[in-house]
Ligand binder design. Structure first.
Ligand code: MN
Length: 472
């Protein structure tokens, strides 16, 4: 057994490793992370996780529910530390796994991976308490500076991913019986035991079991409830999920939903008014403490909100951004979805803006008192390879369709090199005037696994009340 495997075993038991080992680990982690781009590329299939906040036992529950590293490939969207009482063990375990299985786990930076924030919200105190000095905190902060700012998931499928964590209890299929439904499943929600809680068909129905009364099939809402309705917005919105089924009509504004999905951008917080494309993120000098303002700060601090355009954030850092900003950014960068964390959501995940952005939250019963459930999001791999858009996110509005004829051409305004398809959309080349219609890409097939806080033994109970405002 290597030293690293020994350290992993020790940390899995929630026992801190000695200071010289932390020093060595952080050194090796930095060597690895320095090679990563600001926006690291990750291939589907992958399981995407939100905030952990030092809730070590809940991180173990996450691995139990969604699979262990390296069997499952993971992407953690930051905020590993602060608030919970095991920031040290949580972060060091994730870091060990990163060094041990660099291609199976991706860590990106959250706003708490910062000297200033950890000094206020618990991680600094925890290190001093557990080691008697701030050395380990200092080593960890040096690693924070090297974490990537975002990740781009490529090769995602429009199908719900293969379920690798089937329940086996009862020796057979214990999946909740949902009525047979026709159509492609876009999204599926499972509980911690692997029972299907809800299935969403592409554009049509949401199906969920109801205790005692059998299953209920209900039409999906015309649009997400979060999105304010206005004629302008309606005409600009994606013809995808939530719209009424439309027959293919060449030349019409109302097209069938796109059959291909683009890349997914993962960041901790959200977008920035200073960032119009992914290359702008790639050009940042990230190897520093999180600045108080600017593009790097915004990516880690911003939140989506039901506003138009940009707004001031009540957090005092980053911005609020509306559906129009997200739609335009996703279109310009060939993204099918933005995944982010950073905000507590009671259901563990929340899709907004016609499913163009999702918040994933992975700290159940946040701060040991919020009563929320947590979730991870699984994205599958596009095995079909048909019509997949492989070159994405280059920020130049360039798109390629591979291996699709009429159907692909009709499904959105896809043109190789700046020609328009006789349809009123600028091909991402800047002239998005008042008549522009955005045909955004199909959302990826996805599965949310929802889980509750791990049972807390005496070790797991908080020793004191967490401090500060909940939304940080
Ligand atoms: Mn955060």
């Amino acid at each position: 057994m290597s030293d690293l495997d020994r350290a992993i075993a020790q940390l899995r038991a929630c026992r801190p490793i000695p200071e010289p080992q932390v020093r060595e680990l952080c050194y090796r982690a930095r060597e690895l992370l320095i090679e990563e781009a600001n926006v690291v590329t990750v291939d589907a299939p992958v399981t995407i996780c939100g905030d952990i906040h030092g809730q070590f036992h809940d991180l173990m529950e996450l691995f139990r529910v969604a699979g262990d590293v390296p069997d499952t490939s993971y992407l953690f969207m930051g905020d590993f530390v602060d608030r919970g009482f095991y920031s040290l063990e949580s972060f060091l375990l994730l870091l060990c796994l990163k060094v041990r299985y660099p291609d199976r786990i991706t860590l990106i930076r959250g706003n708490h991976e910062s000297r200033q924030i950890t000094t206020v919200y618990g991680f600094y105190d925890e290190c001093v308490r557990k080691y008697g000095s701030a050395n380990v905190w200092r080593y960890c902060c040096e690693v924070f500076d090297y974490l990537a700012l975002g990740a781009l998931i490529l090769g995602a499928s429009t199908d719900v991913p293969e379920n690798r964590m089937q329940t086996t209890q009862g020796g057979g299929d214990t999946q909740t019986t949902l009525p047979d439904v026709e159509g492609e499943i876009e999204c599926e929600v499972l509980d911690a035991s692997g029972e299907v809680r809800e299935k969403v068909l592409r554009r049509q129905f949401s199906v969920r079991p109801e205790a005692g009364a059998g299953s209920r099939i209900s039409p999906a809402p015309e649009r997400d409830v979060e999105e304010p309705s206005s004629p302008t917005r309606e005409s600009r919105s994606s013809p995808g999920v939530g719209a009424r089924p439309q027959q293919p009509q060449m030349g019409s504004l109302f097209k069938p939903p796109p059959t291909t999905t683009g890349a997914l951008l993962c960041v901790h917080g959200g977008l920035s008014p200073l960032i119009q494309n992914l290359n702008a993120i790639r050009l940042l000098d990230r190897k520093q403490e999180v600045p108080h303002e600017g593009a790097m700060c915004d990516l880690l601090w911003s939140d989506p909100d039901d506003i138009e355009g940009w707004g001031l954030s009540p957090r005092g850092a980053g911005f609020l951004f509306g559906a129009d900003i997200v739609r335009k950014f996703n279109h310009a960068n060939d993204l099918s979805m933005i995944c982010r964390a950073h905000q507590l959501v009671m259901e563990g995940y929340k899709e907004m803006f016609d499913k163009q952005i999702v918040t994933v939250w992975s700290a159940p019963n946040y701060c040991y008192r919020c009563g929320n459930v947590a979730a991870v999001m699984e994205v599958g791999e596009d095995g079909s390879n048909g019509g997949a858009i492989r070159r994405v996110g280059n920020g130049e509005g360039r798109r390629e369709m591979v291996g699709h004829g009429q159907e692909g051409m009709g499904s959105r305004n896809v043109v190789g090199d700046g020609q328009t398809n006789g349809q009123p959309n600028a091909n991402g080349n800047g002239n998005e005037g008042s008549g522009a219609v955005f045909w955004n890409l199909a959302t990826p097939g996805r599965r949310y696994r929802v889980f509750e806080a791990a049972p807390q033994g005496t070790r797991g109970m908080p020793a004191k009340k967490p401090v500060g405002e909940y939304f940080l």
